[in-house]
Design a protein. Structure first.
Length: 278
């Protein structure tokens, strides 16, 4: 049994990790991002902005979805009766979850179900960051609400009776490495009834790294209508802009601390700007 309390903390305790589905949809509807600092009570000018924020979920209120469905027409290659390749436009849908690092904008983990118009088979794709060992592949386990709650509370439990899903990596690119399997009806049903998916990878140093994927809103996203691609793209762009602004803020804060430390004689002086050429 893998000790979830150790490996889960690497991601769950990241205050800046965010779910793209929730954040982008919130932006699309004018809601503020979760990582934004709440306005102070004594700041009267901030009151109008506070009205745009979504209120905290009340007891019995439906939690915000961690999944989103996007569809678009794309060319696919088919084979005719004689085996000759032909191109045909088909509707391709991705029901996916994506979690970003709120400081860097890098994808921490993504999971997506791919549905192609006219095909019965679906596929599940999971992407993790670069730096993972390729040979072992990925392991993913679906947990019910009770066990998922224990994971989030860092409580130990026996999951030896649960059968993990095995993945082999199929592609690596600058954003990360992707593993893919056919999504059987049993797998889809498991996602619908489960509360969370824990993806386990092995780092290049041989350490187990866990990537939690909440399943909140999965069924509704998979079976519902896709969202508007243009609005989602605009919302995601706004999200990345906020992350870039956050990065700039961190840089400025670091420079300020360095300058203050140098002024007090506790650290090196900041580097002088290069001399301008005459």
């Amino acid at each position: 049994m893998i000790e979830k309390t150790r490996v889960f903390g690497w991601l769950s305790n990241s205050a800046r990790a965010m779910t793209v589905a929730a954040c982008a949809l919130a932006l699309a509807t004018g809601a503020a991002l979760a990582q934004q600092p709440a306005p102070k009570k004594d700041q009267k000018k901030a009151a109008p902005a506070a009205k745009k924020e979504q209120p905290a979920a009340q007891a019995g209120e439906k939690p915000q979805s961690a999944w989103v469905k996007l569809c678009e027409k794309a060319p696919i290659v088919l084979r005719d009766k004689e085996g000759k390749p032909t191109r045909e436009q088909r509707n391709i849908c991705l029901t996916h979850h994506e979690r970003l690092d709120g400081n860097t904008g890098l994808v921490l983990v993504s999971a997506a179900f791919r549905q192609v118009e006219g095909e019965e088979k679906q596929h599940l794709m999971i992407m993790v960051p670069l730096g993972m060992a390729i040979g072992p592949g990925l392991r993913a386990t679906i947990y019910n609400a009770d066990l998922w709650d224990k994971i989030q509370k860092n409580e130990k439990f026996d999951d030896s009776k649960l059968e993990p899903i095995k993945f082999n990596y199929t592609l690596c690119h600058p954003a990360g490495c992707t593993a893919e399997i056919e999504a059987t009806k049993q797998l889809v049903d498991g996602f619908k009834s489960g509360a969370g998916l824990m993806v386990l990878a092995i780092s290049a140093q041989g350490q187990v790294v866990a990537f939690p994927v909440p399943l909140t809103g999965f069924t509704e996203a998979l079976e519902g209508q896709p969202i508007d691609n243009e609005k989602y793209s605009e919302a995601r762009k706004a999200l990345m802009t906020q992350i870039a602004e956050r990065q700039q803020q961190l840089v400025e804060e670091a420079r300020k601390r360095q300058a203050e430390a140098a002024k007090d004689g506790k650290g090196p002086a900041p580097a002088a700007p290069p001399a301008q050429k005459k």
